[in-house]
Ligand binder design. Structure first.
Ligand SMILES: [Zn+2]
Length: 260
């Protein structure tokens, strides 16, 4: 009965990992299970960022690059993660999209800059994307979908993040997979959480969180021509999203007023 024995060991291992990997998301207090360590996650983020910078040219709009740096530094200060090595880059392309990888690697495509309109609009997007990274949504999604075999490999010293399957899963989560469009969209709960924490981050950085309502109204108009990856179908409907944001605004306004 070697098989049975092996199976029960694996079940035990998963149970143990679930216990040891249980964490609480800052600001919202939600519990999550993460089987990937933060250092592994940051390493994946750095590698995926290097990869995309090799494939996608940087925007020549120096005004946008400067703007992203300016807003990015303030959001980074609000995020209070000195262990992150922040980078902010505008990439060439019409995509109405942006991301922040674990470790603080941020990119906006040119296509989203006119929707952002100004520094505050950039802060809405930046706050949202940085929130996905801070709340470790990538690791959480991967932990949920990981096979026992993959978990075993992660735990094996030396294999870790070099595992191509893991790197590909990670890239797909952030919409950076080899086949664009075949991404694993964030869950609704994660998306709402990123909105919620994003409002707090922008407020702490000194941007009026009330501007998020106008931004998402502008986004809802852009989306009619085909929804961009990060803001895909499982996201809350525009109406739900804006209503939720209005409910969180009083909380975010406290942070905004506190830093003024
Ligand atoms: Zn999102």
């Amino acid at each position: 009965m070697v098989y049975t024995k092996g199976l029960s060991c694996r079940v035990f291992l998963l149970f143990f990992l679930a216990l040891s990997g249980c964490q609480t998301v800052e600001y919202t207090g939600r519990s999550q299970v993460n089987l990937i360590s933060e250092s592994q996650e940051k390493q994946l983020g750095t590698e995926a960022y290097e990869d995309i910078l090799k494939k996608t040219p940087i925007s020549k709009r120096s005004d946008w690059q400067t703007q992203l740096q300016r807003v990015g530094q303030r959001i980074a200060a609000a995020a209070a993660r000195p262990d992150y090595q922040w980078e902010f880059k505008v990439l060439q392309g019409k995509e109405v999209n942006a991301f922040c990888l674990p470790g603080g690697k941020v990119a906006f495509w040119e296509g989203i800059m006119p929707v952002a309109q100004d520094d505050t609009g950039v802060a809405v997007i930046m706050g949202h994307e940085v929130a996905h990274a801070l709340a470790r949504h990538g690791a959480e999604r991967m932990s949920q979908s990981m096979s026992a075999q993959l978990i075993g490999q992660i735990l094996t010293a030396g294999v870790g993040m070099a595992n191509p399957a893991l790197a590909e899963d990670f890239a797909q989560l952030y919409g950076l997979g080899a086949s664009v469009g075949v991404i694993l969209p964030w869950g609704r709960a994660q998306e709402s959480e990123a909105d919620h924490i994003g409002l707090i981050l922008m407020a702490k950085a000194g941007y009026d969180p009330a501007a998020a309502v106008g931004f998402w109204e502008r986004m809802s108009k852009v989306q009619q021509g085909g929804k961009p990856p990060e803001f895909l179908s499982t996201h809350p409907s525009d109406e739900t999203r804006i209503n939720q944001i209005k409910q969180w605004l009083p909380e975010a306004q406290k942070y905004y007023k506190a830093q003024k």
